[in-house]
Design a protein around this ligand. Structure first.
Ligand SMILES: NC(=O)c1ccc[n+]([C@@H]2O[C@H](COP(=O)([O-])OP(=O)(O)OC[C@H]3O[C@@H](n4cnc5c(N)ncnc54)[C@H](OP(=O)(O)O)[C@@H]3O)[C@@H](O)[C@H]2O)c1
Length: 345
């Protein structure tokens, strides 16, 4: 029996996430009939190679989706809000990397290793969670299943690639300027609601996305809300502090988690080591623990530095690292696309 081939669109094909999606579709030999690569008018006409063939990027418009069966969106929330409904109307299933539909009760928010069963509830759109949330829940889901989680306190150390290709360029440019003894002129970060910009080279910026009325940033509130939705438990108390650091690829997270039931450290280590898509790297005697440089380019979530809290017997501290462009975005989306493709066969 011949395998069904799909007409696939990648919206945001010229971006940091889009580039990784295209690379993974090629590497995974995704069953593609027609491939449409879409961007804004700025990059329309750009040529991209896929499986030895050159494709020309087109401007994304409401009419771009005729005949498309699977559409992967990573062009910002406004683009998804505008165009995903047209794609659905044309009969496509959309996998959306943006914040546009994540908290919509009708839209499943999916990390395949945690809640792939939710995919079947979709009404045309499946949301990919925020990059920082994906790696957090992938590591903590086995602990939620076994012990229950009452509280999570997470502080992130996030790579500039999380803010797109322009932020990567900005960090590299500023680093050169600083090393050459020139004035550093911030232009892109933080991505917020005000024109104020800060230096990222040799710095740490405690703001990712816009500030909300409650004093938290939107990135922090995404982590709070999405964690509860994916783990299916509104009672978990979540506090996040999200910080941008001058790393190109790979988000790191310092996580304190309070469990509802007593735990043995050996069992926790086993649960994490056996969790799908998670690799335990925790050997202090050899100074081995997860690093962004090790996680970069790999699909897994890496977990280490496991320690019982000194003040709370059911408290556990961990260090969680993953490539924000892969498991945090493109790989998670392609995993969902592969699952849908099998369902649609
Ligand atoms: N980077 C991450 O780690 C990450 C992780 C999870 C989710 N996300 C989300 O994924 C989305 C893209 O992120 P990114 O990091 O890939 O950003 P990026 O590098 O800035 O790329 C943005 C992409 O969107 C396209 N685009 C912008 N405006 C458009 C429009 N009006 N119509 C059609 N296409 C348009 C751009 O095309 P042009 O080349 O024409 O400008 C480019 O292809 C964002 O919503 C982000 O929140 C990112």
């Amino acid at each position: 029996m011949s395998q069904k081939l799909f007409n696939v669109a990648v919206v945001g094909a010229t971006g940091a996430v889009g580039e990784q999606i295209i690379g993974l579709l090629e590497k995974r030999d995704f069953p593609i009939n027609e491939l449409k690569l879409l961007s804004s008018a700025r990059s329309a006409g750009t040529r991209i190679m896929f499986k030895g063939k050159e494709y020309t990027v087109e401007e994304a418009t409401p009419d771009s989706f005729k005949g498309i069966e699977i559409a992967l969106f990573s062009a910002g929330g406004e683009v998804s809000k505008l165009l995903a409904p047209h794609a659905v109307e044309s009969g496509a299933v959309c996998i959306d990397n943006t914040n546009a539909f994540r908290m919509d009760p009708e839209t499943p928010l999916v990390v395949p290793e945690v809640n792939m069963d939710k995919v079947s509830e979709h009404k045309g759109i499946i949301a990919n969670p925020n990059c920082s949330t994906i790696q957090l829940v992938a590591a903590l889901a086995p602990l939620q299943d076994r012990y229950g989680i009452s509280r999570i306190i997470v502080s992130t150390y996030q790579a500039v690639s999380g803010a797109g290709t322009r932020a990567i360029d900005e960090m590299l440019r500023q680093t050169r300027e600083a090393l050459d003894g020139h004035d550093v002129i911030p232009d892109i970060l933080p991505v917020g609601s005000l024109p104020v910009k800060h230096q990222i080279a040799f710095n740490a910026i405690p703001q990712i996305d816009k500030f909300q009325d409650n004093g938290y940033t939107l990135e922090e509130m995404k982590m709070v809300r999405e964690t509860k939705k994916i783990l299916g438990d509104d009672s978990i108390e979540v506090t996040a502090t999200c910080v941008r650091i001058p790393v190109v690829y790979g988000h790191s997270e310092s996580v304190y988690v309070e469990l509802k039931n007593d735990y043995e450290m050996e069992e926790v280590r086993k649960l994490i080591a056996e969790a799908p898509g998670v690799t335990l790297v925790d050997d202090p005697a050899s100074q081995l623990y997860p690093l962004a440089t090790i996680a970069a380019g790999k699909p897994d979530v890496f977990v280490g530095r496991l320690r019982r809290d000194l003040g709370h017997a059911r408290g556990l501290n961990l260090w969680i690292v993953s490539d924000n462009l892969l498991k945090g975005a493109a790989w998670n989306a392609v995993q969902i696309a592969e699952y849908i493709a099998i369902e649609m066969e």
